[in-house]
Design a protein. Structure first.
Length: 415
């Protein structure tokens, strides 16, 4: 049997699986044993000045060692379908998005050469990429270019929720219609499939839909409501004695992981400093500048994500963050969090309905609902499906590996 590799290149984390001779898909891990974060870190060698880099856990470690002397690149996948993003400059060197993705993938796959040799490679893509004006075909084309630059020009591409459903259905012993909800860091995707265990085993895709938001959007809501007001959001400054609102666009960028590096530009920092001169609370804007200049965003986002995760099992969680003289000790009630994410939940629900329409079936014709991805653990997300389909039809599991394992199984089955 030809070896098969499944690669889930994610907004937040990336996972690689290999299909063994016994038919089982196993996760391939680096020596760190940690989840491989989808990040790159760049810094200049202090001895020779050459540009150096690291990816995943090593990249995060390098960044935390020298945050002011390094550049952290996150959420590369979120830019794939954005035609406006073509390149960036990192310490004087030009990088296209495709070249960054290729570099990351080479680091991700480097230890798995023997497993990759002669293998069929299947990679995932969301139903809908991130962005208000996302071009999904363009996003897939750039994804393929990124893999080609990493030495994999002939990959097969499959929809991520279909892959998760394929894995789930491998344990189903009778024909079933399954709705799969795959919640990543940047996208929420839904596929409806008909499975017949056979023989021969058959999988028929009935309908798909998706929306360009997921776990990162939930983090954004916490930053918007808890963190940004402490940094000047909602305040005023004065021009010729006339009060004006502090530009909200700054906080829209600050709350999004992948946009924060863009705020480090001298023009933006000068504008914030100028507004601070006549602001009602200048110290808050000065603190915003410090967080941006000190590259403290990653630590802040990690604290926010931890608080969000805690709310999945508790009615209240504490958001704790400290940097220099800036301290946050803020309790967050689950009820408040659910109110903040209500607009996002409504968009997810609309996407579920769109998938049903695309499949030309009603909710009552869905036999099972399989939810995967970290955001599926948020109680309000699960409740959305329980109301629509009934708790007894909802299943979960393999929240962080199901897509990659399903991709490998799809490669074996020719799905």
């Amino acid at each position: 049997m030809q070896p098969v590799i499944g690669i889930d290149f994610g907004t937040t984390n990336s996972v690689v699986t290999a299909l063994r001779a016994d038919g089982k898909a196993v996760t391939l891990r680096h020596d760190t044993g940690e989840v491989f974060r989808s990040v790159l870190c760049f810094w200049s060698d202090p001895m020779g000045g050459a540009l150096r880099h690291a990816a995943g856990p090593a990249g995060i470690e390098a960044y935390l060692d020298e945050p002011l002397a390094s550049r952290l690149i996150m959420s590369m996948k979120s830019y794939l379908a954005q035609k406006s993003f073509t390149e960036t400059r990192i310490m004087g060197r030009r990088w296209t998005l495709e070249s960054l993705v290729s570099l990351f993938l080479r680091e991700l796959l480097a230890p798995f050469g023997p497993e990759m040799e002669g293998a069929k490679v299947v990679v995932g893509r969301p139903v809908r990429f991130v962005g208000e004006r996302a071009d999904d075909d363009f996003g897939e084309a750039r994804l393929r270019q990124g893999f080609a630059g990493a030495g994999l020009p002939e990959v097969e591409v499959a929809l991520e929720p279909a892959a998760a459903g394929h894995r789930f259905a491998s344990a189903i012993g009778r024909p079933a219609t399954v709705l799969v909800g795959d919640f990543g860091g940047g996208t929420s995707d839904f596929s409806i499939m008909r499975f017949d265990p056979g023989p021969p085993r058959q999988v028929v895709a009935l309908g798909h839909a998706g929306v360009g938001l997921a776990g990162d959007a939930f983090d954004t809501r916490i930053i918007d409501h808890v963190v940004s007001p402490l940094l000047g959001k909602g305040g005023e400054y004065r021009v010729m004695g006339k009060p004006l609102p502090i530009p909200p666009a700054w906080y829209a960028s600050f709350a999004r992981w992948h946009q924060l590096p863009l705020m480090r530009g001298p023009k933006t920092l000068r504008e914030i400093a100028e507004v601070a001169r006549t602001a009602d609370h200048p110290e808050r804007l000065h603190q915003l500048i410090r967080l941006i200049e000190d590259e403290a965003g990653y630590a802040l986002y990690r604290a926010v994500s931890s608080a969000k995760a805690a709310l999945s099992s508790a009615e209240e969680a504490m958001l704790t963050f400290r940097h220099e003289g800036f301290t946050i000790e803020a309790p967050i009630a689950r009820a408040d969090f659910e109110a903040w994410i209500a607009p996002d939940l409504a968009r997810m629900e609309a996407a579920v309905e769109a998938a049903l329409v695309d499949a030309k079936i009603g909710a009552e014709q869905v036999d099972r609902v399989f939810l995967t991805g970290g955001t599926s653990l948020v109680p309000a997300v699960r409740a959305l499906f329980a109301r629509r389909f009934g708790e007894e039809r909802i299943f979960g599991g393999g929240e962080f590996v199901s897509v990659a394992e399903g991709l490998a199984l799809m490669g074996r089955d020719g799905a």
